[in-house]
Design a protein around this ligand. Structure first.
Ligand code: SF4
Length: 408
């Protein structure tokens, strides 16, 4: 039995078990893991492998794919083969709904090559069929030595559990509100399913839980209670967070509160990409949430001022953008060559008001000239003024300074 009551961990994390997913570990004793999901047709193994590679190169440490039909299941070995050709190593998680028991039974290569199975208890048959199909997936996971994520979602909540919670609520002297009943149903569905998996024979350290909702306050309340009641690792994510700034802000608000309380062992930021937008944006946002909170470092972060009437051009904004893009592009190489490069801080500032002060706080900072200031850009390295750049070649020269700093 893995359900218990625990307090905050030694590292400020809610203590959870360690679960191995391929070569990646998830739990409170290891750093919080970033994951994402493809949106290609999995049966299109080339497109799916390319997107997995893009997500992995952007920093996704686990990548989930939909396995919704026989063609998708049969594509999994080809996807793995393509990724090997591209020299991409990332655990691939299969997302199963309705027919996972059948797909995994009929496609042993798929069952063997996936690193983890996601099971949604609300989408595994009904009644006795549900219990049998759930047990079948868990038995297959045991047979192939795969962990599972029991991923409850309030858009597909187990109706039997919800009905039971509603009945129980009706008997209460002071009934909860509907939201509280829903949250309790999510938690009960996750915990009872985890217990059912253990009853079938799955070890407690092969189970991860999630209870995703699309409301910030409900997500926070649900995970606080879920964490209080179990020590399974928890996957955090605001489901259906939405597009653009709305999705980013809502995800950050919800995840930020929970992560600050030590809750969450793996995260996904579920953004709806703009038409034609990159899927990798959700990986970058997840990394930036963790890095902004000081929980992990992935890539040097650029501090930049917003600009104001003291700046006459957008040059400093363009410089800040180009420096951030440059370090992201370089990280796959730098990470292997230079220990700790991800912890570097950079500053690109627009004028003398806050420029030198902020630049001195960074490892490398540049303070560009504002309106009426001498056309010179002092560069600060580790708090000391190191040189002054002038002319049209500032961006190129600043990048050369950065390259040299990283290499020494
Ligand atoms: Fe404006 Fe200068 Fe402040 Fe940037 S640093 S916001 S340019 S006053």
């Amino acid at each position: 039995m893995s359900q218990n009551s625990t307090s905050a961990g030694a590292l400020g994390r809610h203590p959870t078990r360690l679960v191995r997913i391929g070569r990646v570990q998830v739990g409170s004793q290891v750093p919080i893991v970033v994951q994402s999901m493809t949106n290609t047709d999995t049966a299109d193994h080339v497109a799916t492998a390319i997107q997995i590679a893009q997500l992995a190169r952007a920093g996704s440490e686990l990548v989930r794919i939909t396995v919704n039909n026989d063609e998708s299941a049969k594509a999994v070995p080809k996807i793995v083969e393509q990724l090997a050709k591209m020299n991409v190593e990332v655990p691939i998680i299969g997302d199963f709904h309705y027919n996972g028991h059948k797909l995994l039974t009929d496609n042993p290569a798929c069952a063997e090559l996936l690193a983890k199975y996601r099971i949604n208890p609300g989408n595994v048959g009904q009644g006795q069929k549900r219990d049998a199909q759930f047990a079948q997936i868990v038995e297959l996971a045991c047979k192939y030595d795969k962990p599972v994520r029991i991923g409850v979602n309030w858009g597909s909540l187990d109706q039997a559990v919800l009905a039971r919670m509603m009945d129980a609520n009706a008997q209460r002297a002071e009934p909860w509100d509907v939201g509280a009943v829903m949250r309790e149903a999510l938690i009960v569905s996750a915990l009872e399913s985890a217990q059912a998996a253990e009853d079938v024979g799955m070890a407690g350290d092969r189970i991860i839980l999630s209870c995703k909702v699309s409301s910030v306050q409900d997500l926070i309340a649900t995970y606080r209670e879920l964490a209080r009641r179990c020590d399974y690792p928890l996957h955090l994510g605001l489901t259906e967070a939405g597009m653009g700034s709305k999705g980013i802000v809502a995800s950050t608000a919800a995840l930020g509160v929970l992560l600050q309380e030590g809750i969450g062992d793996t995260i996904r930021v579920s953004l709806t990409p703009e038409p034609g937008g990159a899927r990798t944006q959700e990986v970058i946002v997840a990394q930036e949430i963790l890095q902004s909170m000081g929980l992990r470092a992935f890539t040097p972060m650029v501090t930049a001022c917003p600009g104001c009437g003291r700046t006459t051009s957008t040059f400093f904004q363009e410089l800040a953008q180009s420096v951030q893009s440059y370090v992201r592009e370089q990280m796959p190489v730098w990470r292997d060559q230079y220990d700790g490069v991800e912890n570097l801080t950079l500053a690109v500032m627009g004028c003398v008001v806050n420029g030198p002060g902020e630049s001195k706080h960074a490892n490398i900072g540049i303070s560009l000239p504002g309106t009426g200031e001498t056309p010179a850009a002092p560069v600060f390295i580790d708090g000391q003024k190191a040189m002054t750049l002038r002319g049209d070649n500032i961006a190129h020269e600043f990048r050369a300074i950065l390259d040299e700093y990283v290499a020494t």
